[in-house]
Structures are given as structure tokens and as C-alpha cells.
Design a protein around this ligand. Sequence first.
Ligand SMILES: [Zn+2]
Length: 682
Amino acid sequence: MLKLSLVALLIFSLAWRLTPTACRQTNASPNIQQIIAKQLQSYMDLKTHPCENFYQYACGNWQIQQQEQHSPRDGQWVKDRAPFHGQLIPSDTLGLIDQSVNRKLECVLRRKNESSSELDSTILEQMRRYYRSCKRLRPYNLKKYLLILPPSNGTQWPSVGRGWRPERFDWILTLGRLRLHGLNGVLVREDVLPRWDDSRTYCIYVNKPSRQETLPMGEGAVIELLLDIGQTKRTANALSRLVNDFEQKLHRLQELEDDELGAREMQLGYLETYLPQLRWLSFMRQVRTDFELDLHSTLIIENIPYLRALSDLMDSEEPETVCSYIMLKWLTFLKQQGPADISRSECVASLRRAMPLASSWLVGQQFSHPDSESNVRSLFQRLKARFTQILAENRLRLSSPLLLILQQKLRAVHLQLGFFQPDKAENLQQYHVHIDLSGHSFYGNQLVLLRKRVEANHNLVFMSSTNSSDSNVSYLAESWQASNSSPLYVRPRNLVLVPHGLLQLPIWHRNISDLQQHAVIGFALAHELAHGFDITGIDYDALGNIMGPIEEIGANMHFRQGFNCLQQQMGTGSNWIDEKLADFVALRLSYESFFGLRVDKKRRDPLMPQFSQRQLFFISFAQFFCSRTPVLSQGSQSEAHLKHAVNELRVIKTLENFQEFSAEFGCDKKSKMQASHRCRLW
Ligand SMILES: [Zn+2]
């Protein structure tokens, strides 16, 4: 997916002034082209030569412009926040977009109910209750969750009160209880996902956590959490060392290889005899509290050697260490769900995480516009048409049956605007009708909503395939993707999903030029489309089943050459190969789709006559990735630094592999913006 790296294009600041916190409707400026032209030029650093560092050339002044636009003289919307320290400048375009979405939603939540529809008012009322309960938090206190939900009915958490009974603690039971409330990837992963061989039905997958998920939290982070819930420094120090030792041992289990048999489908009853030490039934009974378990139902289980070793590790550890570890992971998870601070917009951000389906529906109501929708759809069709031509050119010289499979798959890839389809609004009401939220109980609300999501996902397993339409993506409601504005590709659905929130300035306006459309949203759509044909995506066929022709294509010499070339360029370590591939394909698709249109290529933009159309295309594309360079501080190798570096590299690597770029800017062979070997796969 495009991750958090779509970036600032154009007119943000002017648009910003038109849409401050004051909850009034604004009309788009009729001079959108002028605004864009002015903004585009203001971000550029013309002292840098485009062949030296194109990112700096296109984005060098972005941050300065943002700082000016976000300075406190726009005082209105900073008044209920901490003093201004430059922290309010979003790190990149998606940050800008999400800030703007949050602000708009906040206005809706604060308005009196204007809607006449019963459906709207039910869902809106629940969203308001959540929002109000968040606003009433003084302060946000993680310990409250621990009091509401103990590890089991027989014991309290070791760090809370005096009710800790180690003999009553059972790690798998606690894990099941927290899984029901949204925790996952701690000691084990349990997911409800489309079946690999029949993507319209669902199955439970059991696996080890990812490598990322078992990375030790670090003693500093552990101590901070423990102090948050009222531990003394001394206790926190001692406990953090114990937990850290445990985490190291746990992380080492990652090295265990899966046995030859790999993923296996088993009946629930059989798993209990095959792997009794895991006691999976105890786990499932916590997750499916209201249902009698069907021992004949199946699940898909991977990494059995890990699961065996995990059970042994659990037996050898002190219950207090294990229980504290689970508690700390639980608190970390809850902290991500809650508001970062108790400001209005943070409460909206938390609302979007807690109620992703309802929020997506509301964002759709606020942001969708029929013109935008049809423009984006026809842009997507143009990109697909160009990709169809590229496949037909058959650079890789694939056999005809193989080519046919790829063409079928490309035909199957479709676009959906909004996470939640309007015609599914009744389902949405069904989903919310039994949720009991209170305007006074933030912690309780949070747990109710988390539980509802996990229950709804597990109910999918029992749904017959005829009830699920091809594009049903509700199973993603548990993941973070559901709560932001980044576009994404859903592999088992062959679906490019564009949240409505994305279709706004600075990325989109229905009156922006064709060139801007192609260079920005066109690139984003093409990037997601390309994920259907990256190394992972090829594994999925036109039905979304993991039965794609990856082996046959992998055996093709030309494909391997392209793949090796990409791998050699991975030296920067900044990017997954699939992301790099998607960027390369996307630039070509969006560029060729636009310049393949009947456009007068000689004509220059009268507002920016100093640039050719092709130059403008590359500048607009690059400005999509402009981002903030974080201020160096303690622990400065932060995520924000990494993100910035990734954005810069993405622009440079993508352009230096694109011949038309160096030709247009006259970069010679020795310049930095030219790769020694250009990679191309498709
Ligand atoms: Zn991507």
C-alpha cells in the first residue's frame, strides 16, 4: 500500500485557510489552477539542480511553507492545544489529509442532529457518545482497563491491587480473553481471513506472531508503561529486566523453521490431541463465549514447531513474568487505540480507530462527490487500459496461456471508493444496533467496540459464501487500514480501495488538470493496481485465491532478470521489493496514460511557462512525497526520520529508473539521477 508516504502536493496551505476549524462549508476556489501553480513553485528549491537531487529540487521548501501556514497566527484551531512547538505540522500529505478529515468529522459530531434518517441518527448518536466520553477523560488512565478486565475471573493483574493469584493464572486463557477484545500477535496470532483456496469464505488461521511483533519492547518503554499504571520506579526497573529477558527468549523462537508440512488444515477436535500442550480449545472458548464450539470445524495452522516450543517456554517461566508481559503488550495495544492526548482532534482520531466502519460511512457522506467519483473511475480505467497494452506487448515473452491468466486477473482488478459501500448501510445499522455505548465511560466503550469487531469477524467463518459479495472487506475492520485515508490493495479481493477522505486537497480536486490528476491520484491508483502484479500479488489469481501462476512466471528468464535487477537496487534497505516494483510500474502507467492521451505536448502551462508538460508531471509526482524532516532530538532515529528518508529515496529511485525523466531534464550519464542499470519488470 501507499503507506504514509503519499505526499503534499499543491495548494495545501491556501486550501487550509479555506477550511479552518470553524464549522462552515467552503466552496472550492474557481482559481484552482492558479492556486496549484503558486503552491507547486513555492515548494521548489531552484538552487538544487534537478539531476543532482530531484527530491530536494521539488520539495526543498515544503517544510518552510508548511511552517508558515501552520504558525500560530492562524490561532483559532490551536487554542485548545498545548503551546505551539512546531509539532502540529503533519509529517506528510496523508498526515495533512487525515488532519483535515478529523476536523470535518469533529464539526459533524458537534452539530445538532440534522439528519432525518433513522439509520443516520442511530449511528451518529453512537459516534457522539464515544466522542463525548473521550472528551470527558481527565486524564487518560491506562490502569482503568486493567481494573475492568482482569486476566481471568480468578485473579487480578500482578501490578494492580492485591488480587494477584499466580496459581489461578493461565496464559492461554488470558490470551483468549484479550484476543476477544482485539489483542493479537502476542505469543500467537489468530486471524479470520479469506480462505486461501476459496477467497469468498473465511477461515481461522493460527500462526506465530510476526518478527516485528516479537521484537523486545525495550526496557525504557516497559518502565514508562509501568509508571503510567502507578508502579514505583524500583518495581518498574526490576520487572522490566525480567520481562526483557523473557522477550529475548521469545524472540529467539522466531528462528525455528516451519516443518516440511507447512500450513495444515485441522479440525478443532484433532488439534487438541495433536498439540495438547497448546490447549487451543481453552483459547477458543474465551473468544467464542456465546457459542458451543464445533469440534469438527477446521482451522489452518502454521509454524507448529514454534507453537510447541512456545508451550515449553511458558511452562518454564514464572507466571508473574508471563502475565506482566501479556499485560504490557495489552497496554501498548490499548494506548494505540486511545487518544494520543485529550484534544478534540485526537478524540476524533481515536473514534476513527474504534469505529472504523461507522467513521468510513460518515467520511463517505461528507467527502464523496459524484463528479469526483466518476473522474477517479475513468482515470482508473485509463490506467488499466494502459496496463492491458503493456501486458499485450509481452516484453517478458510469456507463453500464451500464462499471458491469458495475467490478463484475466487484470480484468478482475476493480476499484472501490470508500471502505463501506452505501448500499450496505443496513448492515451497518445491524452491526451497531446492539452496541451499548455511554457518554461517560470511555474505557468501557473502547472494550465494547473492540469486542464487537472480533466477534463480527469470527461470525464470518460461519457465513455461507453466497452471502458475501466479492468486495466484502469488513474483515479488515480489525486492522489499522480501516481508520486512515491511505489507499490500499486488498489481494484476496483484487480490489483497489480508495477511502473517500483521500479525495480532497492537497491531493485531489475535481477541477484540477488532467496532468495533475495523472501525476498524483493516478500514480496512487496505479501503485495499488501494481500490487496485484508484484511478487506477492502474482500469487493471487483472478478469483483472489492463492493459486496464481507465481512459479511459472518465476521460471521465466526475463522476469528473473528484472527481479534480480530490482534486488540489486535494494541496497538502500529502505523499501520492500514489492513497494519498489509498485512505484516503478505506477510511474510508467500514470505517465504513459497521460502522455498517451491526445494532448498537445508542446503546449506549456500559461501559469508555469518555464516548465514543459513532462517536467511538470515529474515535479507534481515528486511533490506527492514531500515530507517533514523531524527535528533531531534524543532517540532521533525515530520512525519519522525513517519515513522521511524513505520518501526521498522513493522519489529518487523511481525517477532514476525512468528513462524519460533524464531525457526531459537533460541529465547526463554521470549525474546522480541516473541508475547505472535501469530495472523494468513488466
Ligand atoms: Zn504499496
